[in-house]
Design a protein around this ligand. Structure first.
Ligand code: HPA
Length: 278
């Protein structure tokens, strides 16, 4: 039971989102495509982060997309904002309490694969936590020892690959390495990341994936590549550059997400008896 869940249920007694989607930089416009949308400001939801995205305040957008009941999380808190790896803990706990089955995470990332450049989506198949932080530090009970093998759900990954192939969207894949930010990486750090098996680097998502798996939600994740990582091109990295390039790739990401949901609604059975452990 969470206070935020109760507030959402008071406003929308029949709400039953199956999929929650976190929107990374540049993807906030997906909210415009949600049918029957109800928007609830994070400011009205206890425990949700106070954040702004492209001039919008953080908000949940509940409705239907691709024929599936969904909840968009427009706006996320990052570890680099307050040094709190659990900044999204209440938001994700609320998704679980609402009966969400699956979280689709998106983010902007720098690519270590030179053939996967700005504007390309990359399916995240695994991660390396290079920030040294964990959102479950301080959480009690044996459930905190979360198994992260197959954290990025193979069956959901297959749906994303199928959707991309069918819609002609080139979809790279690889391992996402989480750096704390907010500074970008150095070229030496990117060489180290390559040695450690990273395909892309970014400043978000990993803590949310850990939290989602803690709540036994299924997870899949896609990066929108906004640049080649530090030292791999002459481009000067900046947040403005990230936002500009995210806007260019946003259309492909939106088609991928909507297509994924169309498949999801048809192919993924509802969990038998969703246990309410609130
Ligand atoms: N590094 C970290 N985070 C990012 C990058 C990057 O190169 N690009 C977009 N987000």
């Amino acid at each position: 039971m969470t206070a935020a869940r109760d507030i959402i249920r008071q406003r929308m007694p029949d709400v039953a989102p199956r999929v929650a989607i976190t929107l990374g930089s540049g993807l906030g416009d997906l909210g415009d495509q949600v049918e029957g949308a109800t928007l609830i400001d994070y400011a009205d939801l206890p425990g949700f982060p106070q954040t702004t995205v492209s001039g919008h305040s953080g908000a949940l957008i509940l409705g239907e997309l691709g024929g599936v009941a969904i909840c968009l999380l427009r706006g996320r808190a990052h570890y680099y904002e307050q040094g709190d790896a659990g900044a999204m803990a209440s938001a994700i706990e609320t998704m679980a309490a609402l009966g969400v089955e699956t979280m689709l995470m998106t983010n902007a990332a720098g690519s270590l694969q030179v053939e996967t450049g700005p504007g390309n989506p990359m399916l995240i198949t695994d991660h390396v936590n290079f920030a040294g932080a964990n959102p479950l530090i301080g959480v009690e009970g044996d459930r905190r020892f979360v198994n992260l093998s197959d954290a990025y759900d193979p069956a959901l990954n297959a749906i994303l690959r199928e959707t991309a192939a069918e819609r002609g969207i080139p979809l790279a894949e690889g391992t996402y390495m989480w750096f704390s930010g907010p500074s970008f990486e150095t070229p030496a750090e990117i060489r180290a990341a390559a040695t450690l098996g990273a395909s892309a680097v970014g400043m978000s998502t990993v803590p949310e994936v850990i939290l989602a798996r803690y709540h036994r939600l299924r997870v899949c994740a896609v990066s929108l590549i906004t640049n080649l990582a530090a030292g791999l091109s002459d481009e000067v990295l900046s947040h403005d550059h990230t936002k500009t390039m995210a806007a260019i790739g946003a259309e492909a990401m939106e088609r991928l997400i909507t297509g994924f949901l169309e498949h999801y609604g048809v192919e993924v059975p509802r969990p038998e008896e969703a246990g309410d452990d609130g």
